[in-house]
Design a protein around this ligand. Structure first.
Ligand SMILES: [Zn+2]
Length: 253
């Protein structure tokens, strides 16, 4: 360090001693040694010129990095990089959302299949005294439960018009008709003296006297009859002529 301090001090003193002395810069033709160009200057001017050149270069580089595409390539944290990262993340987010929706609709589709195609022994009623197995009559949302106070001795399944309604078990169609209050309705008698009723149907696909199998498509969901306020299946179940809560026999979630 002492060496450098000494070194710089010497040069500084030299500079101070000559800074204001006029120098002459000359350009000569090497063949004729004739003077081509000459200029008087002081070392201080030379230093100032070099400093301003350096400063101008610095400012120019800064401007190039800030306001030209050059900076985007050099710095990964630049606005351009952040922007393209953001776009990539948004696109990925969109893809994830689409996949989630796809999975949800697949799940619903599988649930529907499970309700329509019922393998032997599955979906069996849990009631201890009944050997019969039942399937859920339609794939809809339960909007009203069985009420013991006589006001609604049924289950309501809200579903889109046209959704298939299936027979909860094999049986015989006792009634397939139109009623002003309950609209298109079907009654089916089953083994073990069960009777099921399907109301407000849009269309009826069976007729009185038909034999139906478990899960057979017998009608579609509708909103017929003055008691219906929207597309749904009003489903009633009877055992030995008495109204029973279908939940007891259907394998509902
Ligand atoms: Zn109802």
């Amino acid at each position: 360090m002492a060496f450098w301090r000494e070194f710089m001090k010497n040069y500084w003193q030299l500079f101070l001693s000559i800074k204001d002395k006029p120098f002459k810069g000359i350009v000569l033709d090497p063949d004729t040694l004739q003077e081509k160009f000459s200029k008087n200057f002081r070392p201080l001017d030379l230093l100032l010129a070099l400093l301003s050149l350096f400063f101008a270069g610095f400012v120019l580089s800064l401007l190039l990095l800030l306001f030209s595409p050059l900076g985007r390539w050099i710095s990964p944290d630049s606005e351009f990089a952040a922007h393209s990262n953001k776009q990539e993340i948004q696109s990925l987010k969109r893809q994830v959302t689409e996949l989630e929706q796809q999975m949800k609709s697949d799940q619903i589709y599988l649930e529907n299949l499970k309700n329509i195609i019922v393998p032997e022994g599955k979906n069996k009623a849990h009631h201890p005294n009944v050997s019969s197995s039942f399937v859920v009559p339609t794939n809809g949302m339960l909007t009203r439960e069985f009420e013991t106070n006589d006001k609604h001795k049924a289950l309501d399944f809200a579903a889109q018009s046209g959704t298939p309604i299936v027979s909860i078990q094999k049986g015989k169609v006792e009634k397939a008709t139109f009623d002003p209050l309950f609209g298109n309705l079907i009654e089916i008698s089953h083994p073990d003296r069960f009777l099921s009723k399907y109301m407000h149907c849009q269309s009826i696909l069976v007729k009185q006297g038909d034999s139906v199998s478990t899960g057979q498509n017998i009608a579609t969901v509708g909103s017929t009859g003055s008691l219906s306020s929207g597309p749904h299946l009003h489903f009633e179940l009877f055992l030995h002529g008495k109204s029973v809560d279908p939940r007891t026999y259907l394998n509902l979630p």
